[in-house]
Design a protein around this ligand. Structure first.
Ligand code: NAD
Length: 338
């Protein structure tokens, strides 16, 4: 099976090479077609950040494994990440956050396990970028929430919760204030919930959700939210399990899916071979499971967990009194633990 790979900008090529070296060492039966996508493609004059050949390849292969990408600053240039999600209607953004042994957090130290999946609607809400100055002093932004858009992401969340053997699925919202938009999302949530009587479905106001997530994260299982609230809550959850270096993400659509880390291009450490490839590796493992390569995913995941547990770490986390390893050495340590 062939998939499209875009290495990305900044630390992207370093962490992608590390992850592909792990896949190759494990003889993962995938072929990779490298596509031209990223800031350097904008610089070549393609104003959506990808060449027509890249777009065609991704559309014919249906799967993109992607490094982080930078959007050039300036008016009129849309984020390549948002463009990709919209172009291919990847309507659900799924992010799994779990306790990783060897990655110390306040919760792991207190023996509180975390296994939360956040499903964020990925296309609608304020991300249409429809905003303008009404007067010199008043800025206006429009927010779109549709019934079909809400139904498809909520249905995905319920299906995924059932596959995960989740006990509880929670809708985060602000329907007490945004009664029509978030009200519609919440209405769709309970409409879909009727089809899944085996799952305990409930809802919570998003500010209360944030407070409970940082005090009792173990109470949550699957959480589904609209786009902007989901964006904020998922970064909060990344913090619960050790930070952005451990946060994978999958953008799921009916025809094309994109797997990438939550973090960005980390320009401050790019080119130094010190970035943590774990988030991209976890995203890659979700991709392997998505295409049915569960055995390869399990072997690599066990090696990753063993490596983390044995104290091998890149400089961004772990016991600071112990020496850290670079990106390549971290990947090699995982390979040695197969
Ligand atoms: P960032 O995630 O790139 O960096 C935030 C901090 O986390 C930095 O200190 C960085 O060094 C650190 N960090 C991030 N990933 C790391 C890793 N794997 N290992 C070790 N440390 C890591 O966020 P930013 O600085 O706000 O954004 C930089 C650029 O990335 C921007 O151009 C932004 O648009 C882009 N971005 C892209 C994506 C994407 O492609 N999906 C997502 C977010 C940001």
């Amino acid at each position: 099976m062939k998939i499209a790979v875009a290495k990305g900008d900044g630390i992207g090529p370093e962490i992608m090479d590390a992850v592909l070296s792990i896949f190759n060492a494990n003889k993962v039966p995938l072929e990779y077609e490298i596509v031209e996508m990223g800031k350097w493609v904008f610089d070549k004059g393609f104003n959506n950040g990808m060449t027509p050949e890249a777009k065609q390849t991704i559309e014919s292969l249906g799967l993109l494994f992607k490094g982080p990408m930078e959007t050039p600053k300036g008016k009129g240039v849309k984020s390549i990440n948002v463009t990709a999600r919209k172009t291919w209607n990847t309507y659900a953004n799924k992010r799994d956050f779990q306790t990783l042994h060897g990655v110390d957090t306040v919760f792991s130290k207190a023996g509180i396990p975390i296994n939360i999946t956040v499903v964020r609607e990925n296309i609608e809400d304020t991300y249409g970028g429809i905003e303008h100055m009404l007067t010199h002093d008043v800025a206006l932004s429009r927010r779109f929430i549709t019934r079909p858009g809400s139904m498809q992401v909520i249905r995905y969340a319920f299906e995924m919760a059932r596959q995960k053997n989740a006990k509880r699925i929670t809708c985060g919202h602000k329907a007490n204030i945004m009664k029509i938009t978030d009200g519609l999302f919440l209405e769709c949530f309970y409409e879909v919930a009727k089809e899944y009587p085996d799952l305990k479905a409930d809802d919570i106001i998003v500010d209360d959700l944030c407070m409970k997530l940082v005090t009792r994260p173990d109470l949550f299982d699957v959480v589904v939210l609209t786009n902007l609230q989901g964006d904020i809550v998922s970064d909060l959850c990344a913090g619960l399990v050790g930070g952005l270096g451990f946060a994978p993400s999958a953008n799921i659509g009916d025809h094309i899916s994109i797997f990438e880390a939550v973090h960005g291009t980390a320009p401050d450490i790019a080119g130094k071979n010190i970035a943590n490839p774990t988030a991209l590796l976890l995203s890659g493992l979700a991709m392997l499971r998505h295409v049915g390569l569960t055995e390869n995913a399990a072997i690599i995941e066990n090696a990753l967990l063993y490596t983390l547990e044995s104290g091998v770490h890149t400089g961004d986390f772990g016991d600071k009194s112990k020496a850290s390893v670079n990106t390549t050495e971290f990947a090699n340590a995982i390979i040695n633990n197969f």
